[in-house]
Design a protein around this ligand. Structure first.
Ligand SMILES: [Zn+2]
Length: 156
């Protein structure tokens, strides 16, 4: 996005989802949604928008993978929808993106992968335990957050 020279830095709290973002990639987790396209743009423009961790342990994310053999008799818990062929063609050198989830009622909410579930899937298939990851700063997370109308006020 361009803005006039000498214009003040936009306040991340008031930045709208860019109007030019048509068909951008978004990730939804429970009641929060992020614009992945915007996150990648911010990181490309300013390395300080995220912290690059060369190795993040992804083994515990296996619980969110679709079951290899659907049994039909279990309750489907939180599962990320993944296309096997696309996932196996993904680039494991491309850092995934992790967003800190904003605190809820004053309690830490942890973090979530908002981009790179295909890499996670492929890595787990290859028995790899680590992937490179960009962890967004809290400011970047807030800037790319794209809440639903029903998202709780604390998460807007
Ligand atoms: Zn967008």
């Amino acid at each position: 996005m361009s803005r006039p020279p000498n214009a003040p830095e936009p306040d991340p709290a008031t930045v709208e989802h860019p109007a030019t973002h048509i068909g951008c990639e978004r990730f939804t987790w429970m009641l929060i949604r992020w614009c992945v396209t915007h996150a990648r743009e911010l990181i490309a423009a300013d390395p300080g928008a995220a912290v690059l961790h060369p190795e993040v342990d992804i083994t515990r994310l296996a619980v969110f993978m679709p079951p290899a053999i659907p049994s039909g008799d279990t309750i489907s818990l939180v599962t990320v929808d993944i296309d096997h062929d696309a996932a196996m063609a993904s680039d494991l050198e491309r850092p995934i993106i992790v967003a800190p989830i904003p605190p809820y009622r004053g309690k830490d909410s942890g973090s979530v992968v908002i981009d790179g579930w295909e890499q996670v899937y492929k890595a787990l298939h290859q028995f790899r335990q680590m992937l490179p990851a960009y962890v967004l700063t809290t400011q970047t997370e807030h800037t790319v957050r794209d809440p639903f109308p029903y998202t709780p006020p604390e998460w807007r």
